[in-house]
Each structure stands twice: as structure tokens, then as C-alpha cells.
Design a binder for this molecule. Structure first.
Ligand code: IYR
Length: 229
């Protein structure tokens, strides 16, 4: 019988089972995926409708299928539904955002944000039923607190967050990539270990009805692609 695994460098490698597709299926699938993904929007108006914990678990498991440097999976996802914690996070995020909007961001930056209608107020941090905060692990802590290397940590967690955002969209829910700056208050509130740094905060929920989003256009293919054939 044909073996379904091989040993390389002393490590077991298993056969990858690809989805078999014809060329016309490739075209159809890639096009329909784009049509579906293009419907995703960053939404700031959330409903407070309950979302089961199991959904959040599935979303995080999807994020964690991301490729990562040396397969170290350098991430921790903190999922928060506790109202007191959400209130605390909102309060501290708004304190940082007030300082940013009033003193840290340049006039040009604020002008660039005008079409998005953002401001220092972040009600979604309390209204959304869940907040997922992605922490990157800049190194790994061993049993005796010794440090082990992680690699390409920003790339790895960035990809995982992209996949998380896609999983949220696939579930019919909405999110927003919120980056209060600086974000170190999050590690303090959540009592995270010294090797973890907050990377991205994603409120997760149903959109409010109606929810309004800016009428943005995405770049055309020829504005962002160069083919070398
Ligand atoms: N972090 C701020 C400001 C902000 C910055 C960018 I760049 C955005 O695309 C959106 C907002 C805020 O969340 O309001």
C-alpha cells in the first residue's frame, strides 16, 4: 500500500490533499470569492445583540489557521464580553484617542480621516457584544521564564488578523480594525504577560440597522497591479 507520509530531516510530512479544480472552476471560484469579500466593510455602528461564545471560538480558530514564522503561532486572542471590562477599555481608549485627536495627530492626518467620519468617541467598545484583542508574542516564555525566539511576528499576526476579519465577514457579522494609540493600556487592563503586545482591537457584532458606512471606492486592478508575463 502506498504510504501517505514521508520522513524529511527526521520529521513526518503528510500528503497534502488539494481541492481538484478545473480551469473554469478556478475562474468561477476566484471571481465569486472576490464578489463576496468585496462586500466586507469596516462598520462602526454595532447592535448589542448577543453572540454565542462558540461563534467567537470558531472565529479565533479560523484566525489561527494563518501561516506564521517557523509555525510559532505568535499570538494570543483575548475575547471580552464582560461589561465592566468593556467599559474600562472604552474609557482608557477614549482618553488616548482624545489626546491623539487633540495633540498627537497632524492636521494632514485628520484631513485624511475626514471622509471616514471618525472621532475620539468609541461607543462600539461598549455596544459590541464582543471585543477581540489580538496580542502579538514578541518572544515565547518557557517553563522557567526563559525566552524563546519568534520570527516575522508582525507578518504572522497581521495575516492571522486578516483571516479573522474574513471569518467575521463570512459569519455575517461585522468588525472594525481599531488601533487606539498607544495601546499598552490593553495589556495592563487584561493583565497580559511581558512577552505580549496589543496589536489590533476588533469589536465583533451584528451591524446596527441601519448602519452607515462611507461611500468608498477600492483601487482598480491596474492601479495596484503590475504583471510581468
Ligand atoms: N486610531 C484613531 C484614528 C484613526 C486612524 C486611522 I490611519 C484610521 O484609518 C482610522 C482612525 C481612531 O480609531 O479613531
Amino acid at each position: 500500500m502506498k504510504s501517505n507520509h514521508v520522513i524529511i530531516n527526521g520529521y513526518r510530512h503528510i500528503a497534502y490533499n488539494p481541492d481538484i479544480t478545473t480551469e473554469s472552476e478556478l475562474i468561477e471560484k476566484s471571481e465569486s470569492f472576490h464578489t463576496w469579500l468585496d462586500k466586507r466593510r469596516s462598520v462602526r455602528d454595532f447592535s448589542d445583540k448577543h453572540i454565542p461564545k462558540e461563534v467567537i471560538e470558531n472565529l479565533i480558530k479560523s484566525a489561527s489557521t494563518a501561516p506564521s514564522g517557523a509555525h510559532k503561532q505568535p499570538w494570543t486572542f483575548c475575547a471580552i464580553s464582560n461589561p465592566q471590562l468593556k467599559t474600562k477599555i472604552r474609557k482608557e481608549a477614549e482618553t488616548e484617542e482624545k489626546e491623539s485627536y487633540e495633540n498627537r495627530m497632524s492636521e494632514r492626518w485628520k484631513k485624511d480621516l475626514e471622509p471616514l467620519a471618525t472621532d475620539m468617541h468609541k461607543p462600539f467598545l461598549e455596544v459590541a457584544p464582543w471585543l477581540i484583542i489580538a496580542f502579538k508574542k514578541v518572544y515565547e516564555l518557557g517553563e522557567n521564564n526563559e525566552k524563546h525566539n519568534n520570527y516575522y511576528v508582525n507578518e504572522s499576526i497581521g495575516i492571522a488578523c486578516g483571516m479573522l476579519i474574513s471569518a467575521i465577514h463570512n459569519a455575517g457579522l461585522v468588525t472594525l480594525t481599531h488601533t487606539p494609540s498607544p495601546m499598552n493600556f490593553l495589556a495592563k487592563i487584561l493583565d497580559r504577560p511581558s512577552n505580549e503586545r496589543a496589536f489590533l482591537l476588533l469589536p465583533v457584532g451584528y451591524p446596527k440597522t441601519p448602519a452607515y458606512v462611507p461611500d468608498l471606492k477600492r483601487k482598480n486592478l491596474d492601479e495596484m497591479t503590475v504583471f510581468y508575463e
